[in-house]
Design a protein around this ligand. Structure first.
Ligand SMILES: NC(=O)c1ccc[n+]([C@@H]2O[C@H](COP(=O)([O-])OP(=O)(O)OC[C@H]3O[C@@H](n4cnc5c(N)ncnc54)[C@H](O)[C@@H]3O)[C@@H](O)[C@H]2O)c1
Length: 443
């Protein structure tokens, strides 16, 4: 018997195709697309994807109800996904995947024709925002407003060409230079005026987000750029009842940080310092070698500890933490990043201890399943008429967007609970509080 926790939401069925529009056809996007195609052909498993591999417990522990998430909710089926992308480099998905060097030939060669069929649309690109990239495959228009209109046309064309019923857009392009919200970002009217007069406050990523929302397409931001994290676009999303979210896929080092830091705090262990360094040699690493793009990433990576540890509430434990994050471009490693963490903690009576983490990860292998889950959940959110910032998807982001005045939740397991409770709520199932008193006080 299902335990009813409320009415749930009417969710429109996932009929027809879901078009996934990716901004950027680099390491992450090609690993995602090629991975989905391998899974569809039965040659690999979608490991790392909660929507594909995960289950959800429903009702009491004694009920033994734990369906797969993809069976519990009407998510789009992988066979119904269609892909397109924009990129400032003209390589098709096969060439881009080969250059990225993430997947081995046995995952690329059998699907080479499929990948070669995905050629990028010319990008709305401006080198002032990504200094280390020489984009040649770009749109030319006198104003940013006109660039946005061209992107809108691309969206309409793709929908028609692919026969997709629904679309989602995900930013998986390079990290842009650091921007802070300013007057041009405060209202839609100011934003549109700023596009018309080519205001530098309007970055290319914002044009994609604007175009998506104007075409009723949900938008998720996988990089730390400001992009859709501004009042003008947040309000546009609410008005048009569209889901948005970001920022920055939470994959390697930060994922570990949001697991370890909550553990220290749960046990009231102090933290003196956390030094995180990375070496990576892919194009993302090259772009992040530019101080202005690195600044955007640094802000995203640094915020995490402050919010989890709440130094205001625990000054003796976390009032004086030295936190440093470095990213070093080191070409021999390619996409295989190495992230080292040296963590200085202290315990009972202040005695110091150290923890060392050396994560030899594969950046895009960790990011690809996140792209898949976000595409499926943003589509679900739209069909369930969830609009504005999708905080329940914070699980996937390093720097989650939240409502104004609300601090972001970074603890991976609180984020997971929030995500699963949202899924239960959507279906009218009881929330799981983990109280469990009913198993003991039976009277
Ligand atoms: N891999 C991870 O673990 C991870 C985690 C968090 C965030 N990210 C972010 O995801 C993004 C993609 O990472 P990647 O490794 O695929 O990088 P990548 O350099 O391989 O690919 C990015 C692509 O974006 C293109 N591009 C840049 N500006 C563009 C624009 N305005 N329009 C269209 N295309 C544009 C570039 O030409 C490039 O091909 C980066 O911003 C990265 O910081 C990655």
């Amino acid at each position: 018997m299902p335990q009813q926790g409320g009415a749930g939401r009417d969710i429109a069925p996932a009929t027809g195709k879901l078009g996934v529009m990716l901004v950027g056809l680099g390491a992450v996007s090609t690993t995602f697309i090629a991975g989905v195609e391998n899974v569809r052909r039965g040659t690999a498993l979608p490991i790392g994807s909660l929507t594909q591999m995960g289950t959800i417990r429903l009702g009491k522990r004694t009920d033994h109800r734990a369906p797969k998430i993809k069976e519990f909710l009407p998510l789009a089926d992988l066979k119904d996904l269609a892909f397109t992308a924009w990129d400032a480099i003209p390589d098709d998905a096969y060439t881009a995947a080969r250059k990225a060097g993430v997947l081995e030939p046995h995952h690329l060669e059998p699907i080479a024709d499929f990948l070669k069929g995905i050629t990028p649309l010319p990008a709305a690109f401006d080198r002032n925002y990504v200094k280390r990239l020489n984009g040649t495959h770009v749109k030319n228009a006198p104003t940013k407003r006109e660039l946005a209109e061209e992107l809108r046309q691309d969206i309409r064309d793709f929908k028609q060409r692919s026969g997709a019923d629904r679309l989602v857009m995900i930013w998986a392009a390079s990290t842009e230079v650091f921007l802070t919200p300013g007057p041009a970002h405060q209202s839609l009217a100011a934003f549109e005026r700023a596009m018309e007069c080519n205001d530098p406050a309007i970055a290319p990523s914002m044009l994609y987000a604007y175009a998506a929302l104007m075409e009723n397409v949900p938008f998720a931001n996988g990089a730390p750029n400001l992009t859709v994290d501004i009042p003008a676009l947040e309000r546009l999303a609410e008005e048009r009842r569209l889901p948005i979210g970001g920022k920055d896929f939470k994959t390697g080092q930060t994922m570990m940080k949001t697991v370890l830091a909550p553990a220290f705090k749960a046990r009231m262990l102090g933290l003196a310092g956390w030094y995180s360094t990375n070496i990576l040699g892919n194009r993302d690493g090259e772009v992040l070698d530019d101080p202005e793009s690195f600044k955007t990433k640094e802000e995203s990576k640094l915020g995490v500890l402050e919010y989890i540890l709440q130094p205001d509430q625990y000054p003796e434990l976390y009032g004086n933490v030295f936190h440093k994050v470095r990213i070093n471009y080191y070409p021999p490693r390619g996409d295989n990043k190495e992230g080292w963490d040296n963590i200085d903690i202290f315990g009972w009576l202040g005695y110091p201890m150290q923890i060392k983490v050396d994560f030899l990860c594969r950046d895009s292998i960790l990011a690809a399943p996140i792209v898949l889950d976000l595409a499926l959940y943003f589509d679900l959110a739209q069909r369930a008429r969830l609009s504005g910032i999708q905080e329940w998807l914070s699980f996937y982001f390093k720097s989650p967007q939240t409502a104004p005045g609300l601090y972001p939740e970074h603890d991976l397991f609180i984020q997971q609970t929030k995500l699963k409770n949202t899924l239960r709520w959507l279906k009218g199932e009881e929330q799981i509080t983990h109280l469990g008193i009913e198993y003991y006080e039976k009277a």
